[in-house]
Write a protein that binds this ligand. Sequence first.
Ligand SMILES: [Zn+2]
Length: 257
Amino acid sequence: MLTLIPIPAFADNYLWLLHDGQQALVVDPGDAEPVQRVLQQNNLQLLAILVTHHHADHTGGVNTLRDETGATVYGPATEHIPTPYAPLKEGDNVNALGLNFHIIDVPGHTSGHIAYYTPDINGRPLLFCGDTLFSGGCGRLFEGTPAQMLASLDKLAVLPGNTAVCCTHEYTLSNLRFAVAVDPDNQTLAAYQMHCENLRRQGQPTLPTSIAQELLINPFLRTRQSALISSARHFDAAAYDDVSVFAAIRQLKNKFK
Ligand SMILES: [Zn+2]
């Protein structure tokens, strides 16, 4: 049995740690200190560090953790990750904790962003998707185009519905305020918003989410639905194809307060 822990860091990051009682891996350790604390408390040996993209809040703790533990660092082949690390691209695999992670290229938030997918952990698939997919939202397009991000999200959307989706930020409530504005008649979304507000009131994470849940409520996975097309056209009358609708929804989110 493996244990999955979202370690809170900074204002709203989660550093996901997975362990079997003795050995552990961590994803996107932007800060070493909270990871070291969990390793010590649980008497765990860190074997692997999985990095999804180059941003400092995902890599700031990599060197310290590698130096202290000897863990192997994995990261995207085409981005600047603290060296030495094993460079990965789509089609590659990482073996750790008896699991096999498949690498999926998901450019958009950054140009070389990757995700890690494993088909069976405690009976269900699991995805570490960095800043590509959030509950109710998606990452900002710092380096990629709307077409790239839409193609990346389309790859994640076809993963099994029960896939546990481990996003790296607790952005859910603010994402859902935007989601209800552009998808106002979605009753599943309204119920999910209440559920997540309750979780946050109790100090609980809203994550992991699942692919099936996101397909029902996430505007960035629903840009081919009539409600989202209509919201996009309200903003940009020329939003007529998949990419321009997606681009319009992303721009609306950037401006949303
Ligand atoms: Zn980022």
